[in-house]
Design a protein around this ligand. Structure first.
Ligand code: PEP
Ligand code: MG
Length: 592
């Protein structure tokens, strides 16, 4: 989804800038510059306004809050009184619990103080307190008690509803393209809902650069920053923001001169983007003519349009789990088949690599609150599919059916054991037999490949290659698991390092092993779309890159300017380097 340039001129933007200027630093996840007004939201589902209450209206705001709490107390007591005598005991107990939650000082008293001391509007003060309380629940070991956080949220939603329409919220900006969304955190499922909007950009307090939330943000092609820590607390509704998504810098209430500089920079970037479009049909090859295949990563079937616009030679990674988010049921075979066929037909014979479900960790189905004690190391991706064979078979049949309409490959995420591949191949064989017996057409030559994204898989790649047709290196998880840093956790985001010698060795080893035995190998993690790493990967022998379409033409430009013999020498030196500073210096030289 391309972001339209905001047409707002400098003067009205500057005229609305009233608060103090300050700057926040985070991790830029998506390049470009966005200029717009802050719109603070709690999650994509629970939207709550955040604004400053005028001093003279503070006590009226406290009264408004008290009245809403009183109204909800009355509602709950009324419901309690209406419970029939023969109703199950849980019903009364449930209402008692909600009354107890409502009467908790954290929800019924503390928000009043926040209204008085910080002049927050009552809704915001209440949601702030709710998040503190929910955070405490999340730390509880006992699963039953932990799930009571849902009750807290329900009570708060009741109070918010009671306050609906009684506040004096400032008018939100008229046009979505003038809005920069500010949030504490988003799940990948929340993020995917943004595909329906045209916001200028967004920023969050939490999140790492390779979290799935950030990956979807990149796919929206919007300037975005994660890991800003306290942005949502510090920024007020409607304040003017400049998001520098490349530098990870957020300017709040910039002065006129700074604003003008960023407006100029934004225009320059737009011109550069337009210029890159000229490369769309240029064959992707190095200076000496070595072909380099550039493919697209997509999350939803509609993303294929962007892939085609960028001149992608295929889809190197279709993250099918996004079809399973934000809904209460599972997509059936027919629905999945239609989604896959749509992509396959749109790609007109170019290869479409469909990854089997990678659910778990930060991507959970609706209603699945508890993903195990350590979700990234738990029943995720292929482990989950092998534990749910009926669901897996539905997907395999849908993919195989789509293979009849073009060129399809099946990609299996998160393999760690050879026996997992054997099981997958067994289920693929069952899916084929079922279709063949029913006379449903599919391509019997459909290839099965594996993602190398666990260090064990990279190290044992030789035994995996015997069982597979192709490999794709998922550097996001490979880095997460090699360096033991949760990719969604901004507190360890500074330790994320694609140049770490261990990471480079695993990547280089996998490319070398596959190339030696003539097996196709790609990188489909975020490293593939990093222009600063294109030459390094070329030098390590990579000839297939799969990335978000928005990065594709910039990577192509870099490929066109590179010479294999030259980049090989420096890439090998970086691979041998044991000192991170030296590696960075060598990389700078490689990109000079
Ligand atoms: C990866 O891990 O690098 C990858 C491409 O898969 P995902 O980001 O969806 O986990
Ligand atoms: Mg992965």
């Amino acid at each position: 989804m391309g972001k339209p340039e905001t047409t707002t001129s400098l003067s009205p933007l500057a005229a609305r800038t009233s608060g103090a200027s300050f700057t926040l630093h985070g991790a830029g996840v998506s390049g470009g510059i966005a200029i717009g007004y802050a719109h603070l939201i709690s999650t994509a589902r629970l939207e709550v306004a955040h604004y400053e209450v005028p001093r003279a209206e503070v006590e009226a705001e406290v009264d408004r809050f008290d009245a809403a709490v009183e109204q909800v107390r009355g509602e709950l007591m009324g419901l309690h009184a209406a419970v029939p005598a023969d109703a199950p005991a849980e019903l009364g107990a449930f209402l008692d619990l909600h009354l107890m939650i409502l009467n908790d000082a954290m929800l019924s008293v503390a928000p009043r103080e926040l209204v008085r001391t910080r002049r927050w509007n009552a809704e915001w003060a209440l949601v702030h307190q709710m998040e503190l309380l929910v955070g405490r629940f999340e730390e509880i070991e006992d699963a039953y008690l932990r799930e009571r956080k849902a009750d807290v949220q329900q009570v708060v939603e009741r109070v918010l509803k009671a306050m609906l329409g009684t506040g004096h919220q400032p008018e939100p900006p008229e046009h979505e393209e003038d809005i920069v969304v500010v949030a504490h955190d988003f799940s990948p499922a929340d993020m995917i809902l943004f595909k329906q909007h045209q916001f200028a950009g967004f920023v969050t307090d939490l999140g790492g650069v390779t979290s799935h939330t950030a990956i979807v943000a990149r796919s929206l092609n919007l300037p975005a920053i994660v890991g800003l820590h306290h942005a949502r607390q510090m920024i007020r509704e409607n304040e003017l923001l400049v998001v520098d998504g490349s530098a990870g810098v957020l300017l709040v209430n910039p002065d006129r001169q700074v604003l003008a500089e960023y407006q100029l920079r934004r225009r320059q970037l737009e011109l550069e983007r337009q210029k890159l479009k000229r490369l769309k049909t240029t064959p992707s090859a190095t200076l000496e003519g070595v072909p380099v295949e550039l493919q697209a990563n997509i999350e939803l079937p509609e993303d294929v349009e962007q892939a085609l616009e960028a001149g992608a030679m295929g889809v190197g990674l279709f993250r099918t789990e996004f079809l399973f988010l934000n809904r209460d049921d599972l997509p059936g075979e027919e629905e999945q088949f239609e989604a896959y066929r749509q992509v396959v037909q749109a790609m007109e014979g170019r290869t479409v690599t469909i990854r089997t479900l990678d659910l778990g960790a930060d991507k959970t189905l609706n209603g699945e609150q508890f993903a195990g004690p350590n979700p990234a190391l738990g029943l995720r991706a292929i482990r989950f599919c092998l534990a749910e064979p009926q669901m897996f078979l539905v997907q395999l049949r849908a993919i195989l059916r789509a293979s009849h309409y073009g060129s399809v490959r099946i990609l299996v995420p998160m393999i760690a054991h050879a026996h997992e591949i054997d099981q997958v191949l067994h289920y693929v064989a069952i899916a084929r037999d079922t279709l063949a017996q029913a006379g449903v057409p599919f391509d019997p030559r459909t290839q099965v490949g594996g993602m190398i994204e666990i260090p064990a898989a990279a190290l044992a790649v030789a035994s995996f290659m015997k069982r597979l047709d192709f490999l794709s290196i998922g550097t996001n998880d490979l880095i997460q698991y090699t360096l033991a840093i949760d990719r969604t956790d901004d507190t360890v985001a500074h330790l994320y390092d694609p140049l770490h010698p261990a990471v480079l060795h695993l990547v280089a080893h996998t490319i070398r092993a596959a190339t030696k035995s003539g097996m196709p190998v790609a990188v489909c993690g975020e490293m593939a779309g990093e222009v600063a790493l294109t030459r390094l990967l070329l030098g390590l022998g990579l000839r297939q890159f799969s990335m978000h379409p928005a990065q594709l033409l910039a990577v192509k430009q870099q490929v066109l300017r590179s010479s294999v013999p030259e980049v090989e020498v420096l890439a090998q030196r970086i691979l041998r380097s044991e000192d991170p500073e030296r590696s960075r210096a060598l990389l700078a030289k490689l990109n000079a």
